[in-house]
Design a protein around this ligand. Structure first.
Ligand SMILES: NC(=O)c1ccc[n+]([C@@H]2O[C@H](COP(=O)([O-])OP(=O)(O)OC[C@H]3O[C@@H](n4cnc5c(N)ncnc54)[C@H](O)[C@@H]3O)[C@@H](O)[C@H]2O)c1
Length: 328
């Protein structure tokens, strides 16, 4: 079993074959190249809602297999979740509360039934790693640890917390990711830091609601690294939940916006807004002690992420921007 270290240039040859559901998405398209770099065979199983272009940079890799399919269809899943798969990384979902509220039946079908299908087909010797979210917590006073009782407020949070229960019942690992930011091959501009950066670039000012709400952030490549880390530390992590992020990126929305403004190429300002609200009520501080004790560190700062965003966003075409707004 390879040790997944912070040195992402090291390549290994292994017998691991990783099935990534939703592997063409925002996280998947940062994760798949990392898995291939570690020498893993990778099968991406995805509906390709956002197309295939996010995986074109690795398409020539002989260790990559691409299958179009739906996690809600057990027959399609059965054809890919075969004996040769050693790890399933389950990312496919209807992501975020706006997308779930827009089509609640689809959200329940994909996020709950889809997970139930994976749990039903997984074999005892196969590792199972699930992308969960801080939206499971709901409104929490004090520091959120993995022991904090959860009370998800939105359909998105509820479907993800039900999935967590299913994954844990099969001995899997749930990674509760902070809000992600940064550039990935499939872009998302609906995520707070990416979204603020884009608005400031266009308008030089931003109306910020719930500006003093505390949020927690993680770069998308660090999130991808957390999945690689979990494969190589699975024995110590199975049957458990881990918050994934870094305390240095616990901050209010206003502090995050100020950090972005410091890097903008022209003067920008924040206007406090009384309209708008986060239905997930994410105003929380999260502890990342548990995963840190195992040696996981996130390494990419908000400053570095914004630097990459500032190189990318001005060059995006209108159709790319539309696709990145994530109304899936
Ligand atoms: N991005 C974040 O900030 C964040 C934070 C916490 C947790 N997560 C979780 O991480 C996972 C991935 O998020 P993302 O940001 O990459 O989202 P994304 O929307 O970019 O990617 C989701 C992928 O899943 C695919 N998909 C959707 N329904 C499917 C189905 N029925 N069958 C097969 N494929 C399907 C889509 O085509 C897409 O490629 C999700 O489970 C999400 O809940 C994301």
């Amino acid at each position: 079993m390879p040790e997944c270290t912070n040195d992402r240039l090291i390549s290994f040859v292994t017998n691991e074959h990783v099935l990534v559901t939703g592997g063409a998405g925002y996280i998947g398209s940062s994760l798949v190249p990392q898995l291939l770099q570690h020498g893993y065979m990778v099968t991406v199983f995805d509906q390709f809602y956002y197309g295939i272009s996010s995986l074109l940079s690795v398409i020539a890799d002989p260790n990559l297999r691409i299958i179009k399919g739906n996690i809600c269809n057990t027959n399609e899943l059965r054809t890919v979740l075969t004996d040769e798969i050693t790890t399933v990384i389950h990312l496919a979902a209807i992501v975020g509360y706006p997308a779930c509220d827009e089509n609640p039946e689809l959200a329940i079908e994909v996020n709950e039934t889809g997970t139930a299908n994976i749990v039903e087909l997984i074999r005892p010797n196969q590792k199972l790693i699930f992308a969960s979210t801080g939206s499971c917590y709901g409104a929490i006073k004090g520091l959120c640890t993995e022991e904090t009782p959860i009370s998800p407020l939105t359909l998105y949070g509820k479907t993800k917390s039900k999935s967590e229960e299913m994954i844990l019942s099969k001995g899997g690992v749930c990674l509760r990711l902070a809000t992600l930011f940064g550039v990935s091959q499939r872009m998302r501009l609906d995520l707070l830091i990416n979204n603020i950066t884009q608005i400031l670039l266009n308008e030089r000012e931003i109306d910020l609601y719930e500006a003093d709400f505390r949020r927690t952030f993680l770069h998308v490549r660090d999130a991808a690294h957390a999945f690689c880390f979990t494969i190589s530390h699975y024995a110590k992590m199975k049957e458990q939940i881990f918050n994934v992020g870094d305390e240095s990126m616990n901050m209010t929305k206003k502090m995050a916006a100020q950090k972005i403004i410091e890097q903008m190429p022209f003067p920008c300002s924040i206007r406090a807004s009384v309209t708008g609200q986060d239905k997930d009520k994410r105003d929380y501080e999260v502890s990342y002690e548990k995963i840190k004790r195992l040696g996981f560190r996130s390494t990419i700062s908000i400053e570095k992420g914004v630097e990459e965003l500032l190189k990318t966003l001005p060059q995006m075409s209108l159709s790319e921007i539309k696709l990145s707004k994530n109304i899936s």
